[in-house]
Design a protein. Structure first.
Length: 101
């Protein structure tokens, strides 16, 4: 398993700034976004929640945390056209719906 395989996170010590996560409560997606900061001594970390647009404090003891792989090469908010060099908007990596596990 590589660092970016989709997997359950047991502790915020496994996370680093920039890692993409999804947080589930009883199988329902509650938060999604990149990690911005961690406090491993308290089992807490912060993300920029792309579902609400705000910064969120996440408690690893209350939610099931799943690390999600980074966007594939050539995806993200902008894609470059190989023919003309124009920049085109793309489907948001963070808006795609997923299920736990």
């Amino acid at each position: 398993m590589t660092r970016y395989d989709r997997r359950i996170v047991g502790s915020c010590r496994e996370l680093a700034s920039g890692d993409g996560i999804e947080a589930f409560y009883q199988g329902t997606l509650m938060h999604r976004g990149p990690v911005t900061d961690t406090d491993p001594d308290y089992g807490l970390f912060w993300i920029l929640d792309t579902l609400t647009g705000s910064k969120c404090l996440i408690d690893t003891f209350e939610l099931d945390i799943v690390r999600i792989p980074p966007p594939s090469v050539g995806s993200g908010p902008f894609l470059r056209s190989h023919r003309s060099g124009n920049v085109e908007p793309a489907t948001s990596y963070w808006r795609e719906v997923s299920t736990p596990g």
